[in-house]
Design a protein around this ligand. Structure first.
Ligand SMILES: *Cc1c(COP(=O)(O)O)cnc(C)c1O
Length: 396
């Protein structure tokens, strides 16, 4: 048999980490790599953070899993904390980002059904969006590379160019349920939406009783410098999908909603065997304790500003390769003038620095949120050296 035991759906590279320490990943042979990828914006406190590992170990020894048929003191407590810290009145816990988006889609459809308008089932989504890899979430993106061969997909989505308010409004009709959008696109190339775009979507939602659904799976959880990215726009969603950073590496996601938006989600309408089990709640609480502690947000903003400055300083010195810096907080990207995947591989293999490629030839720089100034300096020095020595692969 030629197929590998791990289904070969990822273009896995030769780097094989076996241990993590703070902002470093350590390979089988003992080599250390500076991790400014964080498992794609997941390990927000780096690797082996003592508060997170202790919370998981203690809870695993106490009670790992019980059915959602029973009362959940752990879930109630964590959900209450999320409700207190956000626009939301209620939370459904999932095990991943795609499941959080699925729950958001179901909540939106069910809202209009409960409201007496089952025909309002279509969510307007945006070009180059990424919402996950389930059938529902690939139906919510217009990207062929994720959809091709998986048809028939789920009906009930319409697609507009990202950040184009007029195009989005032109798609609104009697079947519209609302909009599903990432306030800052991650996979699509680290593109923040404009203020006018998100404000405009909110306005039309209010006027036409539509729902504004944010996918903050990547840009949420302090990554962009505020607890959620939409706080920087002064625009409140009705429903929001969260994951990645929320568990700091433990598989956890959440769908948050206002009471009104969740009015269709009554007993029997949704479920998950594992979702919100005591172990996941312990991980989630440990992360929340750290990131909502006084000063943490300011620290992320300060470090983000410092990292951005260092990157911007570098652009003119390497203008054969670097085009510009984008993003917010510690969700930063460098747009390259050549293929970003090739440069990310070169940085990793030759300079032992981990970053992630995104659409539009952007190198994503996603360090742990508790990164120190010295690690920023190490990163900047290595990146600058790499840029100086790098020869992009030729086209032939
Ligand atoms: C990663 C991501 C998802 C999917 O999360 P999974 O945990 O991989 O299912 C959805 N939306 C956005 C914006 C993401 O970045």
């Amino acid at each position: 048999m030629a197929i590998t035991p791990l289904m070969p759906v990822y273009p896995r590279c030769g780097f094989r980490p076996v241990r993590g320490e703070g902002a470093y990943l350590i390979e089988e042979g003992g080599d250390r790599y500076l991790d400014f990828a964080s498992g794609i914006a997941v390990n927000i406190l780096g690797h082996g953070h003592p508060a997170l590992t202790k919370a998981i170990a203690d809870q695993a020894a106490t009670l790992m899993h019980v059915s959602n048929l029973y009362g959940s003191p752990q879930g109630e407590k964590f959900a209450q904390r999320l409700v207190d810290a956000t626009f939301a009145d209620t939370v459904f816990f999932t095990n991943s980002g795609a499941e959080a988006v699925e729950c958001a889609i179901k909540t939106a459809r069910r809202y209009h059904y409960a409201d007496g308008h089952p025909e309002k089932h279509t969510l307007i989504t945006f070009s180059n969006a990424f919402h996950g890899r389930t059938l529902g979430t690939i139906s919510a993106t217009d990207q062929d590379k994720m959809r091709s061969g998986f048809e028939p997909l789920l009906p009930g989505f319409a697609y507009a160019p990202f950040d184009d308010l007029d195009a989005a409004l032109a798609l609104v009709d009697e079947n519209s349920a609302g909009f599903l959008v990432e306030p800052i696109q991650g996979e699509g190339g680290l593109k923040p939406a404009s203020d006018a775009f998100l404000t405009g979507l909110r306005r039309v939602c209010d006027e036409k009783r539509l729902l504004l659904v944010f996918d903050e799976v990547q840009c949420g959880y302090m990554r962009s410098g505020t607890f959620f990215a939409h706080e920087q726009y002064g625009v409140r969603p009705d429903i929001m999908a969260v994951a990645k950073g929320i568990g700091g590496g433990f598989p956890l996601g959440a769908c948050l909603a206002s009471e009104e938006a969740a009015k269709g989600m009554v007993i029997g309408t949704h479920g998950s065997t594992y979702g919100g089990n005591p172990l996941a709640m312990a991980a989630g609480e440990a992360i929340l304790d750290v990131i909502l502690a006084p000063g943490f947000r300011e620290q992320v903003q300060k470090t983000g500003e410092r990292l951005r400055q260092r990157l911007e300083q570098m652009i003119p010195n390497h203008d054969h390769l670097f085009d510009s810096v984008r993003g917010r907080g510690l969700m930063l990207g460098i747009k390259l003038k050549s293929d970003s995947r090739a440069f990310v591989g070169y940085l990793r293999d030759e300079h032992h620095v981990l970053t992630v490629s995104a659409g539009d030839n952007v190198v994503r720089v996603l360090p742990p949120l508790n990164i120190g100034e010295d690690e920023i300096e190490v990163f900047a020095t290595k990146l600058s050296e790499a840029a100086r020595l790098y020869a992009p692969p030729s086209d032939d």
